[in-house]
Design a protein around this ligand. Structure first.
Ligand code: NAP
Ligand code: HSE
Length: 612
């Protein structure tokens, strides 16, 4: 395994055919998050939405038949500036820490004409500094700065050039041009030929230059050839899919894809719960209708849910009677492929989850209480049935904490300190500013951070359940936990801690810690015993976890490297959209590797199944 601290960078370019309008932003956010949760940093290069560039060009020409290039460049650049800004906002909504950068902030300099410039330099230190601040950078494609400070464009299809230039300069581990085609074909698959074209699995730079420049900009291919950078071209639906998808453009000789890109049928999803999280997941599922079909929504109180939709234009309203039910048996009989459990509780949902797994249905859940208390038994059932049981959203929401722990498993990681409960972190921040506790609790509930029973947040139970899941992901399911302090905001010394923090400019936070015994504090014990605690403590200003704001969550993994280095993984720890983003990531993983369930490939089992 490579060093856990060497963080690969993926460059993803989304073309106008994929980003047709702002309605496509959630899909693009899902793709970015999928790379992020693999442990990669992501530099995203969006094109303008749909036909924006052509529309702006037509408007300019309606003013004067020969627009001045310098002015036209400024006008057309607004297309990419807009899509990049909106994408950054969409990432923020999903709880993904992203930074909008521009050619001026990362020194993307070009020479040549205003409308067809060539990139010549990039300020690598500025890019790396931006990555220190956020794991995702959004750089509008097509736009650059000339050395005289004027704005210049990179020519038709110039976002391809932006992506390839930046990928080669920052030595990205992967560069993908995401288009509306599943790779490069011998001729346009949308054409009227009598038989379908063959897809290239690999294509040489030379052969790629023989194809129409409307698919990949020729200047971009020539730059990749000169820099010896191979890159991928694929469709949004096959990005991240296992198997023979897309086309790799590089120095290898061209070769046809032997197998057609796999086409999977839509997966039927049954949703249990339509509250803070469930409503977000349902909204995403409606937006991903090429991949998922909603089989049903199970709730307890039909009338109150129906009332929520009266007078709304929500697409859910139209299908309400068809989808919503209170009958668990009838719900399962609708034969979903996957059950998404976002209801909460343990006793009330365990029988349903158990039955789903016994029937071989995949289960995605956000329920840490269920997984901490009954997870081991549920995993056994899942393994017997050969079906996945995954729960990324249960710990950290948009902070991919379980994924990071699973990747570190088997390395010499000693343990971690973590902020795992968004509600109490949010409340503590308000308390420190003098807001009364009751008001802070109400605000956290209104924002959708708190559990249905907020006592679980306030008394440290929720954080404790998440520590259990993280410890299992990191050290194996057989890890034995020895509990030390387990306190919440009822801690008798909370007021003293708040006063201390105000004096020292520190932050009081509910900190969970978990260290293998015998490594963190000199205790001697077997390798699979860990000492765990949850309690409010004062974090000194400037410390890694103190930088996590609001309802954020994060884990600082302690590595047994000679310099005792640490790895921080952080993100939004609670709320509708960050949580439903993590649920969708699990769903899209299943969608993209269908061999992981229903025995499509015999004997398969997921990493989550075997490791946590
Ligand atoms: P919520 O707003 O209280 O919504 C729960 C929903 O589940 C309601 O629609 C409720 O239906 C339904 N429900 C509850 N028990 C049910 C049962 N036994 N059968 C059928 N439906 C049932 O809760 P939430 O905030 O969305 O949280 C849901 C789950 O996600 C919990 O496990 C929570 O720990 C987890 N989670 C939440 C967040 C967050 O930020 N909120 C983050 C990560 C994980 P009725 O309205 O009809 O009662
Ligand atoms: N109530 C939980 C929290 C939701 O505040 O962290 C996210 O798991």
């Amino acid at each position: 395994m490579s060093s856990p601290l060497a963080i690969p960078i993926t460059v993803l370019k989304f073309g106008s055919s994929v980003l047709r309008s702002e309605a496509d932003l959630p899909t693009v956010v899902h793709e970015i998050y999928a790379e992020l949760r693999k442990g990669h940093r992501v530099l995203v290069v969006p094109s303008a939405f749909g036909s924006t560039t052509d529309d702006l060009l037509a408007i300019a020409k309606s003013q004067t038949p020969e627009p001045e290039p310098r002015v036209l460049a400024r006008l057309l650049a607004t297309g990419e500036s807009t899509s990049a800004a909106l994408l950054s906002l969409a990432l923020k909504r999903a709880g993904i820490c992203a930074r909008l950068i521009g050619p001026e902030s990362v020194g993307l300099l070009t020479e040549g004409g205003y409308l067809d410039a060539h990139p010549i330099s990039l300020d690598l230190a500025a890019v790396h500094a931006a990555f220190e601040a956020a794991p995702v950078l959004v750089l509008p494609g097509f736009i650059s700065r000339r050395t005289d400070g004027e704005l210049a464009l990179l020519g038709r299809g110039g976002s391809d050039l932006t992506a390839i230039f930046v990928a080669s300069r920052i030595r990205a581990s992967r560069c993908v041009l995401v288009k509306d085609v599943e790779g490069l074909f011998e001729w346009d698959p949308a054409g009227s030929a009598t038989h379908p074209p063959r897809r290239f699995q690999n294509i040489s730079y030379g052969d790629a230059l023989g194809l129409s420049g409307s698919v990949v900009q020729h200047k971009a291919i020539r730059l990749a050839r000169d820099e010896d950078l191979s890159f991928e071209v694929c469709g949004a639906s096959s990005l991240g899919m296992e198997g023979p998808t897309g086309t790799i453009v590089g120095s290898k000789p061209s070769a046809w894809a032997e197998l057609e890109a796999p086409r999977y049928t839509r997966l039927r999803v049954g949703l249990v719960g339509h509250g803070t999280v469930g409503a977000g997941v349902l909204d995403h599922l409606f937006g991903a209708s090429e991949d998922f079909e909603v089989a049903g929504v199970l709730v307890r109180d039909l009338a109150s849910h129906r009332a929520n939709f009266v007078g709304t234009h929500s697409p859910v309203a139209r299908y309400f009677d068809e989808l919503f039910t209170t009958d668990a048996r009838e719900f399962l009989d609708r034969a979903p492929d996957i059950v998404v459990e976002v209801a909460g509780g343990v006793e009330s949902v365990e029988p349903l989850v158990r039955t789903a797994l016994e029937r071989g249905l995949a289960v995605v859940t956000a329920n840490k209480a269920l997984m901490a208390e009954r997870g081991l038994a549920l995993h056994e059932i899942a393994e017997r049935s050969g079906t996945p049981l995954v729960y990324s959203a249960a710990v950290g929401c948009s902070a991919p904490l379980l994924e990071a722990a699973q990747r570190l498993r088997g390395t010499s990681v000693r343990g971690f300190e973590a902020l795992l409960n968004g509600t109490t972190n949010f409340i503590l921040e308000l308390l420190q500013r003098g807001v009364p506790l009751d008001d802070a609790i109400v605000e956290s509930q209104e924002r959708g951070y708190a559990e249905a029973d907020p006592t679980l947040d306030l008394n440290g139970t929720d954080a404790a359940q998440k520590v259990v899941l993280l410890a299992r992901a990191l050290f194996g399911r057989d890890v034995r936990l020895r509990w030390g302090l387990r306190q919440g905001l009822e801690s008798p010394n909370l007021q003293d801690l708040l006063a201390e923090a105000r004096g020292a400019e520190g932050q009081v936070r509910m900190v969970a810690s978990c260290f293998l015994e015998g490594t963190a504090s000199g205790r001697t014990a077997g390798p699979h015993e860990a000492f765990v605690e949850v309690a409010p403590v004062v974090l000194p200003s400037g410390s890694a976890l103190a930088g996590i704001q609001g309802a954020g969550a994060g884990v600082l993994f302690a590595l047994d490297t000679p310099d005792r280095s640490t790895l921080l993984v952080a993100g939004e720890g609670a709320g509708r959209w960050p949580t439903s983003e993590a649920v969708m990531a699990d769903l899209l993983d299943l969608r993209r590797s269908p061999e992981r369930f229903r025995g499509i490939v015999a004997g398969s089992s997921s990493a989550e199944n075997t490791e946590s």
